[in-house]
Design a protein around this ligand. Sequence first.
Ligand code: SF4
Length: 359
Amino acid sequence: MSMSTSLSNPMGAWRAGMPATARFPVLPRPNLDWTPEVEAATAHLYERIAKVMPPVEWPFHAPYVKAINELKRARNAVILAHNYQTPEIYHCVADYVGDSLQLAKLAAASPADVIVQGGVHFMAETSKILSPEKTVLIPDAEAGCSLAASITGADVRALRREYPGVPIVAYVNTSAEVKAEVDICCTSSNALKIVESLGSDRVIMVPDRFLAQSMAAQTKVKIIAWHGACEVHERFTAEEIQSYRADHPGVKIIAHPECPREVVEISDFAGSTAAMIDYVRTKRPARVLLVTECSMADNVAAETTGTEFVRPCNFCPHMKRITLPRIFDSLLYMREEVVVDPLLAERARASVQRMIDVG
Ligand code: SF4
C-alpha cells in the first residue's frame, strides 16, 4: 500500500494533490538474484566497505545495491544518507552523505526530481521544506526521533505565552510544524553563535536539554531549556566513558553535544557529526572513540587507515528502519511520500533561512 504522510498537518486542513504513486510511471521490478554479473558490477562498491563488512554478507546486499543504483537513474533520483546510516547505504547507494542540514542543502541544489531520504522523518521534512518542488520519499514513514517527538507546535505556542518576548531557538531535530513556530533554527555546530546573535538576555532552546545545558555553560545569556533528549546519546554515562579511557590508553574521546553534559565535559572534543568526522580526518588519532550512534564509526572506519576505532555501540532504532530493501521499494513504488503544507513549509523555511543568514 502506498500512502502520503503529513506529520506537519495534524488538522488535515491541507490536502496533497495527486500522489507520487500516480505521478510517476510504473517500472518493472528488477531481478534481485546474486549472479556473476551482479558480483562483477558491484565489486568496486564492496571495496569501499570491505574493512567493515565480511565477504559472506555482500551477496545479500549486492543485488539491492545494483538494482537501487539503476532505479535511481530511471527516476532521476538522489539518495541522501545521514552519517548514522549503515555502510552499505552510506558508501554504496548514497549520492550525498552528511548531517541533516548539509543533506537538505545539497539535495536542494541538485537537478534530481526525486529525493530519497536515508534518515528519519524530520530530516525528510527539512528536505521537503528546502526543495518544495521535488518529490521527497522516506523508505519507512515510522522512522521518527525522540528529540523531534518531544515537542509540538502547540508546545511552542504555550512557551510563547509563558515567556512573552523571549526568542525561541529550535535545533534542526524538530518537525516542520515546530520550525514554523520558532524564531530561528540552529545546529549543534552553530548553536552558540545563533543564541548570541539574538541580542536577548534570555533565550528558549528546544528540544534538546543537553545541547541547551552545553550552551548555558558557554554563554552569559540565560538559557531556558525544553526537556527533550536523544534516546541514543542520553544513554552514555561518564562512568562508561572513563572505563573506555582506562581500558584503551591514549584513546581520543570525541562526543556529540546531544550527550549528557558530564560526558561532554570529560571528552577530548565535542562537536556535530560533521565536526567529529573532520576531527578524525585531520588529526588522524591512533585510537579514537566516537561517542555517538554506532554506524558512524563504521562509516568513518571504512575510509580511514591508521586509526583504531573503539566502539561503544548504541544504535538508533529509527535510523535502522532504513534498509536497502526499503529503499528499493521506495524507489520502485514511489513511497512513502513526504508532504508538508506549503504555508507551513514557508514559515519553517524562514526559520532555517534566518539561521543560514547568521552564518
Ligand atoms: S540518533 Fe537520536 S537525534 Fe538522531 S534520529 Fe536517533 S533519536 Fe533522533
